[in-house]
Design a protein around this ligand. Structure first.
Ligand code: G16
Ligand code: MG
Length: 220
């Protein structure tokens, strides 16, 4: 029985990936190389410092720890500056209606994000009040694909992992959900999110009744 739903932020609730991409691309350009959109895919769901490591290895560049921290901080300032453009209209289609359905059905709602900016972003798009708990990059010590982020969410909401559904757009996030023993709904492309229990393009044509049905059919 579904007792709680845990949501990833970037790519599930709101499309911030394009802002992360612009800011990371500028960092790469400062270092003399470019970052493709395809390379950016690898960074989804991955923490800020781990993302930086991946980018540096793509560019074949080594930096001192101090320089890394400085550049990551500068990237974040730029990212937050870009996020200023965001409004409640940037919430992905159907998300608000879906959360309202969950509220009505008394199903718990939690956030499970790698981002340290999660709260600020939820405030900007006026979605913070839906969430009973936030597990974000400030709380987790082991990033996705480790199950910690979703385990903490289930513990906060006092539900068993088997009664939790996770919504994720990243491969690492789906792996994290499955490692936590939860039902994973992939948001995006089935060919990419191969480990998800089901994959849907988004919440536009997907409601609680659809979820309940799939959970019963596919869930164990
Ligand atoms: C998000 C993004 C990642 C980003 C990470 C850390 O994770 O998908 O690309 O690197 O957060 O973000 P920040 O630099 O804001 O701390 P999620 O789990 O919400 O998809
Ligand atoms: Mg994501």
């Amino acid at each position: 029985e579904i007792k709680a739903c845990l949501f990833d932020l970037d790519g599930v609730i709101v499309d911030t990936a394009r802002f992360h991409y612009i800011a990371w691309k500028e960092l790469a350009n400062d270092l003399g190389f470019d970052l493709s959109e395809e390379q950016n895919e690898q960074l989804k769901g991955i923490s800020r410092m781990e993302s930086l490591e991946i980018i540096l290895s793509l560019g074949g560049i080594t930096l001192s720890e101090e320089d890394k921290l400085e550049r990551a901080a500068k990237k974040n300032v730029r990212y937050l500056e870009l996020c200023q453009q965001m409004t409640p209209d940037d919430t992905l289609p159907g998300v608000r209606a879906f959360l309202e359905e969950l509220e009505k059905a008394s199903i718990g709602i939690g956030l499970g994000s790698a981002s340290k900016n999660a709260k600020v972003i939820l405030e900007r798009i006026d979605m913070l009040s839906y969430f009973e708990t936030l597990v974000d990059g400030n709380r987790v010590t082991k990033g996705k694909p480790d199950p910690q982020v979703f385990n903490l969410g289930a513990a906060d909401l006092q539900v068993n992992p088997a009664d939790c559904v996770v919504f994720e757009d990243a491969v690492a996030g789906v792996q994290s959900a499955k490692a936590a023993g939860m039902f994973a709904v992939g948001i995006g492309d089935r060919a990419v999110l191969t480990e998800a229990d089901i994959v849907v393009p988004g919440f536009a044509n997907f409601g609680l009744e659809d979820l309940q049905q799939q959970f019963k059919q596919t869930g164990t």
